[in-house]
Design a protein around this ligand. Sequence first.
Ligand SMILES: *Cc1c(COP(=O)(O)O)cnc(C)c1O
Length: 355
Amino acid sequence: MEIKITPLNPAEMKSPLTSEFGFGNKFSNRMFTQEYTRGVGWHAAEIGPYRDFSLPPSTAVFHYAQEIFEGTKAYRRADGRINLFRPWENMKRFNRSATRMAMPEVDEEDHLAAIIQLVELEQEWVPAAPGATLYIRPAMIASDAALGVYSSNKYIHFVIVGPVGAYFKEGFNPVPVFISDQYRRAVRGGCGAAKTGGNYASSLFVGTEAKQKGYSQVLWLDAVHGRFIEEVGAMNICFVYAGKKIVTPPLSDSILAGVTRDSVLKLAPHLGYEAVEEDVDVHEMLADLKSGKITEVFGCGTAAVIAPVGKFGYKDEEIIINNYKSGPVASRYFNALTDIQYGRSADPFGWILTI
Ligand SMILES: *Cc1c(COP(=O)(O)O)cnc(C)c1O
């Protein structure tokens, strides 16, 4: 893939943000784009100014949500260089999502090369402030201008980047989680394993309800029995038994295969924990919390890395976890993962790509 580099107009260049990071509301000066046409393939790869798209109101993505995205980060190392964390996994998942949504795959190596080139050009935007990173958001949208319901013949693949701080306003502090008894995120045979916007759109109604009740995230139960735990918000979930056994639900087509989840599983033996993938029944889980068998609960995902759960709200009940404090296992994972990501510790798994 030949990427055309379009120069920026110096008068329109913003200087990189160095403090006051939000999450996902500031972007750098450049973006990557390429286009797809059935019969022609991918073409017009370009890194140019961060700019608006001009699309007719009939564009397919606006109506039928044929779209996918990814989320990964660039970390500033102490020596000034930049780390990407397991970006190969994100490239593979992007294509799995594309296939599920009847969209064309992109070349994994080209996709990663485009990200590396964009991050290199925008390197000043990778913040050095503690805990801050450059968030990388690849996405693909269906761009046929027609209202027929079919897999589009044209697509736009783009990557935007922007500096971010902590994902939760709570920082690395416990979050309150609402267990929805009524609404489901994903169904068996559905597209819960794909990173696609529709999964998020359908989560907003109950997310808003949870916020009104004072919770910041929703715990998702399986749609068949309303009993087995699947995910928390847009994160995978882990339960800690007796301070040393970590249990996370097994992957299925209604659970997103998180890179952080996989890293938690792979790191477990190195940290002296046992990690297993097992179904977790919500009623047993609540009983195990009350009896003290479960000592900690945490969510895991790229944005927050590790998010301790401070309490669950279920029906009219509230169950406090670990006295509403971050527990030792969550803290150890948070430190172990961020140490590898920022290059502060060795990388025994070959997870880091330094640029
Ligand atoms: C992105 C995402 C995750 C976390 O995946 P990571 O690769 O760890 O960031 C978990 N669940 C859902 C629904 C997601 O969209």
